[in-house]
Design a protein around this ligand. Structure first.
Ligand code: NAP
Ligand code: ZN
Length: 348
């Protein structure tokens, strides 16, 4: 089987706009599936990585890690998928498969380092991985999930990152009836967190800097809305068991530690490039925790897709063509999206 040259969209420098590129996909090996990419969501992590906000970006970079597509070819030992299946690929495309975390289904904590779908050295096949802003992808079947039939394909794509990233901590920190769960930021992750926490039965309070989004939050399922720029609303907010922080930029986490109940946790999933100072008094007074969570494992990614199908949850999306990715990045940076861009990858 030969390698394939395909169309992709990526950046050649942190200051360069996204542009059309030709990339090479490896030939499928015995356990691989080849997937024709139909839709790919745009996560703020794609923007952080392209702009080199976190350092370490290798150029050219082809981002995209909320991938939904159809299987077009399978390797001879593939047992989980057949040609024509509707599948998803998220952030993780390989891991050591031997450490305790891989055994526990937490590949995102692999002791030997997992392979990210884009901009990651490919330990097995060499080179750097290229993500979902492309026509097709080749992935080991063990890192591919199934998109359940009833889900709309385009609006299901964000479940592959935004969905799993909020589902995993909400489950871990036991979001359910009787729990006050706060969500900070109504972006791609935040709006999925509102829907998922609500479906888990929690009382959901959302914190936003945007009056326009505050007006929309109840439609998304929030029970209460706090405009975080309004000191009176913040002061009067009931205490929360858990607050999930999805903010992509520097902000004051101490204001939210003060809104936790005794033994409450502020859980970071947002990845601002800047450090976030934490006051010791904000933690010790009430035995509070400041913690974090990183996407979720492959089994749990399948679980959140099934959960969303069972609860009729998908993302609120704006579908764009490949040629609109630069404009979408600019709007994402300004917070001008309700609530996730999804690229129609058939528009090359
Ligand atoms: P997004 O759609 O841009 O949403 C981020 C939200 O943060 C915005 O909608 C805004 O909400 C709020 N915000 C932005 N700047 C702010 C500021 N200066 N002060 C206060 N609030 C601000 O981004 P996303 O795709 O949801 O991703 C969010 C973050 O999670 C990113 O940093 C991303 O890299 C990270 N992430 C982490 C993981 C993980 O595994 N841990 C996975 C995926 C993404 P309001 O307008 O409502 O205030
Ligand atoms: Zn993401």
């Amino acid at each position: 089987m030969s390698t394939t040259n395909i169309n992709a969209v990526g950046a050649v420098a942190s200051t360069a706009p996204m542009q059309n590129l030709t990339i090479n996909r490896r030939a499928i090996t015995a356990h691989d599936v080849e997937i024709e990419i139909l839709y790919c969501g745009i996560c703020h992590s794609d923007l952080h990585a392209v702009r080199n906000d976190w350092g370490g970006t290798t150029y050219p970079i082809v981002p995209g890690h909320e991938i939904v597509g159809r299987v077009t070819r399978i390797g001879e030992h593939v047992s989980k998928f057949k040609v024509g299946d509707l599948t998803g690929v998220g952030c993780i495309v390989d891991s050591c498969r031997e450490c305790e975390h891989c055994h526990d289904g937490n590949e995102q904590f692999c002791d030997n380092g997992w392979t990210v779908v884009f901009n990651s050295p490919d330990k097995k096949h060499g080179g750097i991985t290229y993500g979902g802003f492309s026509e097709s992808i080749v992935v080991d079947e063990n890192y591919v999930v199934r998109v359940p039939e009833p889900l709309d394909l385009a609006s299901a794509a964000p479940i592959l990152c935004a969905g799993i990233t909020v589902y995993s901590p909400l489950k871990h920190w036991d979001a359910r009836e009787g729990k006050n769960i706060g969500i900070i930021g109504i972006g791609g992750l935040g709006h999925m967190a509102i829907k998922i926490a609500k479906a888990m039965g929690a009382f959901v309070t959302v914190f936003t800097t945007s009056q326009v989004k505050a007006d929309d939050a109840k439609r998304l399922g929030a029970d209460a809305v706090v405009l975080s720029t309004d000191g009176v609303q913040m002061k009067n907010c009931p205490k929360q068991h858990v607050i999930l922080d999805t903010v992509s930029a520097k902000h004051d986490v101490n204001a939210y530690l003060n809104l936790l109940k005794v033994d409450g946790s502020l859980v970071m999933v947002g990845l601002p490039a800047e450090q976030l100072p934490v006051g010791a008094f904000n933690l010790v007074n009430g035995r509070k925790s400041f913690s974090g969570s990183n996407i979720g494992g492959i089994t749990e990614t399948q679980e959140v897709l099934d959960f969303c199908a069972a609860h009729n949850i998908t993302a609120d999306i704006e579908i764009i063509g490949v040629s609109q990715i630069n404009e979408a990045f600019e709007r994402l940076e300004k917070g001008d999206i309700k609530y996730r861009f999804v690229v129609d990858m058939k528009s090359f």
